[in-house]
Design a protein around this ligand. Structure first.
Ligand code: ZN
Length: 501
């Protein structure tokens, strides 16, 4: 069996090389490539993508994967090799049942869809996007139908693509619990909102100075500059080549100090996860974070649990004040930290605070469920969207740009993706309570000693990459799977204290 694995390994190494090259082009395009370069560069990317596809999707690779997936052929494979075979088989099973001409037609549709969405968004007009979205949904339903196991619901097929082991049954329960706790909390907080002042956050902050501070804070939380670089882009993101080359970006706004600081802490959380992956599996298909939900749990752990805590700012707030004395001299550490945690219902998901964020996700989850159950006509989307925002957040969008058209996910065909954001928040809270039992968490933060925290995450989560699924990693670490109670407890304790509820 070793022979078969060795043969497969040649294909894997080649495909990882293509993938890395493609990632570099993507990074380049989003950071420093000239805007008009894409016209020509797209040709190179097309050729590389095609080679990547041919290298992995062919009869020999298929035979090798199926042969090695058979338990009786796995005796000589080690843990990581088994995980790689399982990962590739899952990928194969995902693409295999889709007829090639339908896949081709869908690829052409998706290439256009993003442009149609951008235009509709600029015109603030959902009906400009409606027909395209209808087509995308049609394909996505059809594809899910090809792949569904007997009795499996279409939307569950999508959900398990992003988070293996999760389905509507689990998520309905999760969101029911979260909703029951958060909605009353949001209402109470709203009544006391004038208690917290964060007007200083929108004063003018020199961008060069912001950049200097953000570079410092990235390294402070654990972003290893020997293994990564920081650049700027329109929307902050993380992109990994392998565990010794992880890149992040930031975006600065002159009149929003918090935005740049918390974007860089968030992306650093993603990057630390990738940098901590074991050498033995980097540059293999399992040499990356295990799922979207787990990745978001790490970025949010750094951004919210660490970054928005008072203990974290104890050693570094004075440095921020020294950087911006005019704006911050009068603001105490306590008031600064309060401002970072102020909660206010809004219309835009990406600008939402910790407390209201999950409600934005829940609205999308409920709508996606209705779409895939055939209970919602695409033309009714804006209406249902606006009703749900009124119901859960007490606000109605003035137009489709700040309503149903705000996210790019549906244009990209990513259905079933949104719940991962809420799962990430919930997982991060659960890990936090577990860590409180294991270490003097706050003491470490207030001493500026973050390395024991990172080491704990590395040993229990990061190093495994995608050799284990989220549910197994959580269970092996805490003897318990995802439990929404911790997230509810975290938000309740935090906001009760913050607003004296
Ligand atoms: Zn993220």
């Amino acid at each position: 069996m070793k022979d078969e694995y060795n043969k497969l390994e040649v294909y894997i190494e080649k495909s990882m090389a293509y993938r890395q090259a493609l990632a570099l082009f993507e990074w380049d395009a989003q950071t420093i490539a000239p805007d008009i370069a894409m016209e020509n560069t797209a040709k190179t990317i097309g050729i590389l993508s095609n080679e990547y596809f041919k290298n992995m999707v062919n009869d020999e690779v298929k035979q090798l994967i199926y042969h090695l997936s058979d338990p009786k052929n796995q005796e000589e494979l080690d843990f990581n090799q088994k995980a790689i075979v399982k990962y590739l088989k899952k990928d194969f099973d995902r693409l295999e049942p889709i007829p090639a001409e339908e896949y081709q037609a869908y690829s052409e549709l998706s290439a256009k869809a993003m442009g149609v969405w951008v235009k509709a968004k600029n015109n603030r007009c959902f009906s400009d996007f409606e027909a395209t979205l209808e087509e995308i949904v049609g394909y996505q339903k059809k594809f899910a139908g090809y792949r569904a196991k007997e009795g499996q619901k279409l939307y569950d097929v999508h959900l398990s693509d992003y988070e293996e082991g999760f389905d509507m049954e689990k998520l309905d329960l999760f969101f029911e619990q979260v909703k029951a706790a958060i909605i009353p909390l949001v209402k109470q907080v709203k009544e006391k909102n004038n208690l917290i002042d964060k007007s200083f956050n929108s004063l003018e902050y020199d961008i060069a100075k912001q950049k200097e501070f953000c570079d410092f804070i990235a390294e402070y939380v654990g972003f290893d500059k020997k293994k990564g670089v920081i650049a700027e882009s329109e929307h902050p993101f993380t992109m990994e080549m392998h565990n010794k080359d992880v890149r992040i970006t930031n975006h600065f706004q002159k009149n929003n100090l918090e935005s740049g600081i918390f974007s860089i802490i968030h992306e650093s959380g993603h990057a630390i996860y990738e940098m901590d992956i074991d050498d033995a599996i980097t540059q293999t298909p399992v040499g990356c974070g295990t799922s979207m939900g787990m990745h978001e749990s790490q970025s949010r752990f750094y951004e919210n649990i660490i970054g928005r805590s008072e203990a974290f700012w104890v050693p570094v707030y004075s440095k921020l004040v020294e950087t911006f004395p005019q704006q911050l001299e009068e603001i105490s550490l306590k008031d600064f930290v309060k401002s970072l945690n102020k909660s206010e219902p809004g219309l835009i998901r990406t600008e939402a605070d910790e407390l209201t964020y999950s409600l934005h996700v829940m609205i999308r989850y409920e709508i996606e469920k209705m779409i895939f159950a055939g209970e919602l006509a695409i033309s009714d989307l804006p209406k249902v969207w606006n009703e749900k925002y009124q119901e859960y957040l007490g606000l109605t969008p003035a137009n489709d740009d700040e309503g149903v058209l705000q996210d790019m996910h549906w244009a990209a065909g990513n259905f079933g993706y949104f719940p991962s954001y809420a799962l990430g928040s919930a997982i991060s809270a659960q890990i936090y309570y577990f860590m409180l039992e294991k270490m003097p968490f706050e003491k470490y933060l207030s001493e500026g000693n973050l390395s024991p925290i990172q080491e704990f995450l590395r040993q229990n989560i990061h190093k495994y990459g995608a050799t284990k699924i989220t549910g197994d990693i959580l269970f092996e670490m805490m003897n318990e799977g995802l439990n929404a109670e911790y997230f509810i407890r975290y938000l309740t304790e935090k906001y009760t204290k913050l607003y004296n509820l």
